[in-house]
Design a binder for this molecule. Sequence first.
Ligand code: ZN
Length: 239
Amino acid sequence: MTVKLILCFLLISSANAADVTLDVGHSRRHPGVISAGGVPEWELNRQLAEEIAKRLRQKDVSYRLIGADGAMEVLAKRTDLAKHDALFISLHHDSVQPEWLKQVERYRGYSLFVSRHNPKIGESLACAREIGDRLLAAGFHPSLYHAAPVAGENRPFADRDRGIHYYDGLAVLRTARQPAVLIEAGVAVNLEDELRVTGKVGRVRIAEAVARGVADCLRIIRTSISKEPRQERKAERFD
Ligand SMILES: [Zn+2]
């Protein structure tokens, strides 16, 4: 290992910071929704996180995977582990209200959430817009149903065109110290939508869109927090 590489490693270790946290929603014991195809949501979230991570490495963006071993049960621990990272992205696949399951084919698409209790709500929303733009450009559409005026939904739009909602109480968005966005990639209980975002082609497309949005977002964050040149940092895993 060269002196330069050792120095680079020490800089990353001392700062203990990655460009972005990829938070794999749920756990093996509490896996979230079971998809129409019978796959636990945690597993879908993990696979999507790995696909996004692959693309971040290609873009020289460092990342920290949280929850990829399925053992992360405490939500506040996720954001605590991520506290030095520049951006927090939580990955999920969606469900619908139980009474809507009879017509589940009507519910499809991605959703993005930000919290007004996050200390960086302006940058969170800016990042969600970048990700939304990339998802729209890749041919995905927002689900929009989380704004429905029924119990359990009622998530107001922060940006309707891009499918971004305010969800102020969501624990990881609220407790994150950095800009944070929660992504519902698609409606996993609708088989057609599950296949759209988890099939080989669909997952690659959605992962590339998210990775591009993340890279765009990191530029916004760095512009807004500091004009100083950032330290040299190679793509790294912090899990
Ligand atoms: Zn979930």
